[in-house]
Design a protein. Sequence first.
Length: 303
Amino acid sequence: MTDLSAIDALLRLGGVATRAQVEALVPRARLERAVEAGDVHLVARGRYVLPAVEAAPRAAHQYRGVLCLLTAAQAWGWGVRLVPERPHVLVPKHRRVCTRQADAELHFADLRAEEMVEGRTSQDRTLLDCLRTLPFPDALAVADSALRDGYRREWLVALARDARGPGSSQIRRVAACADPGAANPFESALRAIALEVPGLLVTPQVSIRDPLFIGRCDLVEVRLQIVLEADSFEWHGGRAALAADARRYDDLVAHGWMVLRFAWEQVMFEAEWVRAVLERATRERTEQLCPGCRDAQPFRPSA
């Protein structure tokens, strides 16, 4: 059983999550106790947020602004790589605001009417701001979450195509890499690191059959037979589930797959080490498999 608290689970899921997502990490009773204590808020049927996420609109009202960037993304129900310590609030450029000891991250810009929706930046404006200004892993986590939540890829591609000014090249890069198949921001952050490794091309949530079904894995490099797992140390609910998980990893290794498991703390705070491990693994597998890979039957992931 995991020792995660419900608060920690929400933090790892980007501050907003469904009941199913939270209960994959902690037992239902632990989640219900957190709700009763006020540590986690139930804001809609089967949808949970951290108290700071629900309280953010008050900060926007205080400064007569709107929620923006990561806080707006959370308000739209999109998970983020790391939950911001203070809400991000956008106020008009020429408004005089006392920023001394502000309890919000203040940003200054003028918005058109269509760029504001119910006290937050619109979905399009939120995506543009996040993809333009955030570090690549944070931007990718927001874009993945938006697509997973139903924002259409065609709209994101069009938004990126029409972007101009500083940061527009990153907008297009993130839009090209965004994938609704990513399960959560943790996985998005791991994929962002993997995308920086030459020769490593991972795909999220791939079912592996070799030839019989072995399991569904977080990130898979098909050509090099490398599996990356964003290891959340999920609550298994019993020995049978834990044994099934162990069996999946053993079957993968026995069938020639290299399985690399990364903890949330490593991906979030030790990205350079994670990248170094991926680089070494990629070099090793390339040396092992590339000389004969032209003669081998390519692996085909199942649909």
